[in-house]
Design a protein around this ligand. Structure first.
Ligand SMILES: *Cc1c(COP(=O)(O)O)cnc(C)c1O
Length: 467
């Protein structure tokens, strides 16, 4: 998931600690369109507004910090992915961000939904998602999770290990049911931002290796099981991917496997899922492909490979998560301490501390992920100053935005907005330092709806058995 810029540690010039890719903006108030949700922009007074509410109004209604989802943007993106992929199925990867309302939006927009734990399954079902449109993932599904999925009647279980095949067979026999399964395979493609590395050795925890032959063995075993209805093969190559090269190799290797399976058993598998991982813009330099271009590219690849292997094109599916919820979300924080630290050699860095941090967005600490930011409550005529936005936690690595130019007069009480914050932030949030997790609100046509309320100290203390 790492998106590290190669030039990240190289400085533009000797007097600036800014990374080379980050240019001093001509107008520090300008918002780069591609980073922000569709209905976010500065109003006539220069204040950031999202779907008719200013950042200040959102904070007055929901407190700070707060995660804001532009509902029409989220729904529009979901719809666009579904329409772009036509007769391919699109499953929203719930792990990127899921609550019951989001499950309902996904259901209403006609997508499927992927979950990877019993917790995500429970939220999806509570949100009214049709179980037949739910897929269950996970490399270590528990017996309880598999039983819950079978009892709910989920549309597909993506099987990750031979242990799981045995477990599923026993549970299906017990419940008198047959599980619809796909086999998760590793293709040896590890996709990064702009390149892929085809590793000979698939050194990671997910799925069955194609290279070692484990994938074919799992397919044959599942096909022969009276308890399993084997429908196809599943591959997921990584995240924050910007081109189709990695998918091309993955499609070739999975279809070759399907051809080998056909040779071994005489049966052609009917479904292939190429996973998710489609990249979004966190900073200006990120230039993701459109869903339409991705769909056309992937379709051409799959059709070409199927012709080559003499297979008919299976029922295809993809699983975008970040690409749907990421750009729709904005985090809003309130500025507290502002400090300028001398770095020696005439260089300095301004640290801006805000009222959240690594407990609500662990991605910068976990993957050195980059973000951008803007002052949200006003514009400024002051000079842009290279800044680092940091949280309130007791860790040096508690960084939210490593490098960004922000107005020189930014001060305590100002609001900072971080765009592209809808994916893998609140969903990965923790209670580190006993900081209550922030709420998630949806905004639409000037109205705010709470999706997840703010955690309170009472919520935290309620778990403490000694209290
Ligand atoms: C995480 C994951 C996805 C979604 O990845 P994004 O980067 O959010 O698109 C899709 N499929 C599987 C199996 C995953 O593990």
């Amino acid at each position: 998931m790492t998106h590290m810029h190669v030039a990240g540690s190289i400085h533009a010039d000797a007097t600036s600690p800014a990374p080379q890719w980050l240019k001093r903006p001509e107008d520090v108030n300008a918002l780069t369109r591609q980073l922000w949700s569709e209905h976010a922009g500065r109003d006539a007074q220069g204040r950031l507004a999202i779907a008719g509410l200013t950042a200040q109004e959102i904070v007055e209604q929901a407190g700070s910090p707060v995660y804001v989802i532009d509902e029409a943007d989220f729904r529009g993106r979901a719809r666009r992915w579904k329409e772009a992929f036509g007769d391919w199925q699109v499953f929203y990867a719930g792990k990127s961000f899921l609550c019951t309302t989001v499950a309902r939006w996904i259901a209403e927009e006609g997508l499927g939904l992927d979950v990877c734990t019993g917790g995500e399954l429970a939220v999806a079902l509570r949100g009214g998602m049709d179980p037949a449109r739910i897929g269950l993932h996970g490399n270590n599904k528990s017996e309880d999770e598999l039983r819950a999925a079978l009892q709910a009647g989920v549309g597909r279980i993506i099987v990750d290990s031979s242990h799981e095949i045995g477990l599923l067979e026993r549970l299906c026999a017990e419940l008198g049911t047959v599980a619809r399964v796909m086999i998760r395979v590793t293709t040896g493609v590890e996709a990064h931002t702009h390149e892929y590395i085809a590793t000979a050795h698939e050194d990671q925890k997910f799925g069955f290796s194609i290279n070692g032959g484990a994938a074919l063995v799992a397919l044959v075993r599942s096909a022969h099981s009276p308890h399993l209805n084997l429908v196809g093969v599943h591959s997921h190559i990584g995240s924050q991917i910007f081109d189709t090269n990695g998918f091309e190799v993955a499609a070739r290797r999975t279809l070759k496997l399907i051809a080998q399976f056909k040779e071994a058993t005489g049966t052609e598998l009917s479904e292939l899922d190429l996973g998710g991982g489609f990249g979004i813009s966190y900073i200006k330099e990120d230039t993701p492909a459109t869903p339409e271009d991705l769909a056309a590219g992937l379709r051409a690849i799959v059709e070409h490979e199927c012709r080559g292997f003499g297979l008919s094109v299976p029922l295809m599916s993809v699983e975008p998560g970040r690409a749907i919820c990421g750009p729709a979300g904005t985090a809003i924080y309130t500025v507290g301490t502002v400090k300028t630290v001398e770095l020696g050699g005439g260089q300095s860095r301004r640290y801006i501390s805000v009222d959240g941090g690594m407990s609500d967005n662990i991605r910068p600490a976990l993957y050195a992920a980059e973000y951008s930011a803007a002052m949200a409550n006003r514009t400024s005529a002051a000079e842009p100053v290279l800044s680092r936005v940091v949280g309130k936690h007791c860790e040096g690595g508690d960084i939210l935005v490593r490098d960004e130019f922000l107005p020189g007069d930014l001060t305590a009480g100002d609001l900072i907005a971080v765009p592209a914050s809808g994916a893998y932030s609140r969903s990965m949030a923790s209670n580190y330092n006993h900081v209550p997790r922030p709420p998630v609100v949806a905004v639409s046509d000037g109205r705010l709806t709470t999706l997840l309320r703010r955690e309170t100290l009472d919520d935290l203390l309620a778990l403490d058995a000694g209290a």
